[in-house]
Design a protein around this ligand. Structure first.
Ligand code: ZN
Length: 206
């Protein structure tokens, strides 16, 4: 109220009301902002996998087979000419594309470190054209850790296991989704339990 001759000022109550309204608006906007940031990271991750896909195709064109690495009994990726990352990165030459933006905090001093795992069990050393269902064959997918996640001792990727916190299972970095690079070069987001075993073994007959 400004009944007196003094200059008009907000009363304490009015100020408190304004602050309360700002707080309510902020609490409504923040989740939306966080969602937008998560979405931006997922899009960035899609771009990474598309570039990795180009590297895979260039590798396959040059070598007539998909990258050939193997998993040995000492639990480490053993290169045939390099780790799968090294083999593919020779064609795209970027450290950044191997890092999922939703998985920060990793130190990247290891040349074979990546957040994306290769469907080694099915793809390695195969001619691209010998795979009958390229649109349904996983080449790379995102995972929440960099170690032996999602790959057993024979090199087979484990699908449908994202809810499991065991270090041998897939963990999905984008809420309930992970990004998948398919052999035809497209990238899509797949929900938890949406990855079927058949996607990792595309020679299957339905
Ligand atoms: Zn990602």
């Amino acid at each position: 109220m400004c009944a007196s001759r003094r200059p008009c000022r907000f009363t304490l109550i009015e100020l408190l009301v304004v602050i309360a309204i700002i707080a309510i608006l902020a609490s409504m906007l923040l989740p939306a902002l966080q969602q937008a940031r998560a979405k931006a990271r997922a899009i960035n991750c899609t771009g990474n996998l598309k570039q990795i896909g180009l590297g895979v195709i260039m590798y396959a064109d040059s070598n007539n087979v998909l990258p050939n690495t193997f998993w040995d009994s000492t639990n480490s990726w053993q290169p045939i000419g390099g780790s799968y990352k090294t083999l593919v990165n020779a064609y795209i030459n970027s450290q950044k594309v191997w890092e999922c933006p939703s998985r920060p905090g990793t130190t990247w001093n290891d040349v074979s470190s990546t957040h994306y795992i290769y469907n080694y069990g099915y793809c390695r050393n195969k001619a691209q054209e010998s795979i009958t269902k390229p649109t349904e064959t996983v080449v790379f997918c995102g995972s929440y850790t960099t170690s032996v996640v999602g790959i057993d001792s024979s090199g087979q990727v484990w699908p449908n296991a994202s809810a499991d916190n065991s270090s041998t299972r897939l963990k999905f970095p984008h809420n309930d989704y992970t990004n998948v690079l398919w052999l035809d070069g497209h990238v899509s987001a797949v929900k938890v339990n949406g990855l079927k075993a058949s996607y990792f073994n595309s020679g299957w007959t339905p």
